[in-house]
Ligand binder design. Structure first.
Ligand code: PA5
Ligand code: NI
Length: 187
């Protein structure tokens, strides 16, 4: 029997460019991020249409038991002194985990559990981040280049952006050209 060889999608590891498959794309701009950064006035002074991050996903089956694959490209920049970052979320199905892989750039992965305890992992080319269930996650770009990361997560997971709408318990600011993590009170 002759079986033909199918062509899977391709990821360019050095840039995070996905090709060869049906893709979904979403851009998140400054104007979409009301209340996310600590200095809301500084956010309002930036151009609303400036893109903070883009997510490119393989358009695969959403059926239970399947996995999603997506790339986040988080641009360098700051709102006031606070580095550009993703909105961040818990999974709607809290027990579901996720894996992130650093592709390019330099940053941090902010992890916060349901008890409010925070960890920060360095993100760099080749870094592997196993995000356990019950753990909210947010990418932060502390570098001067685009931070690109690959993520794989269960279709079942879903996103809960509401639970941390008041913010994570740690924010990362640039001080003296260095990233500095500060604990904040979110009530
Ligand atoms: O599944 C993930 O955790 C990522 O693909 C994120 O959704 C992506 O980084 C964008 O972040 P957020 O969903 O918090 O806006
Ligand atoms: Ni997630």
């Amino acid at each position: 029997m002759n079986l033909s060889f199918s062509q899977p999608p391709r990821l360019e590891w050095t840039t995070g460019d996905l090709s060869g498959g049906p893709l979904l794309r979403k851009s998140t701009c400054i104007q979409d991020l009301t209340g996310i950064f600590s200095d809301e006035r500084a956010r309002q002074l930036l151009a609303g249409e400036r893109i903070v991050y883009e997510v490119e996903m393989l358009n695969t089956s959403p059926a239970e038991g399947e996995l999603y694959t997506g790339i986040t490209h988080l641009y360098p920049g700051r709102v006031g002194h606070e580095y550009f970052m993703t909105r961040g979320h818990f999974h709607a199905h809290r027990e579901q985990g996720e894996v992130y892989f650093g592709l390019r750039g330099a940053g941090l992965l902010l992890l916060q559990n349901e008890q409010g305890e925070v960890r920060l992992e360095k993100v760099f080319t080749g870094s592997v981040h196993v995000i356990a269930g019950y753990t909210a996650h947010r990418l932060i770009n502390t570098g001067d280049e685009v931070l690109s990361a690959l993520a794989v997560w269960p279709t079942l997971a879903g996103h809960d952006y509401h639970a941390l709408a008041k913010g994570f318990n740690v924010r990362v600011f640039e001080e003296n050209q260095q990233p500095l993590a500060r604990t904040v009170q979110n009530g």
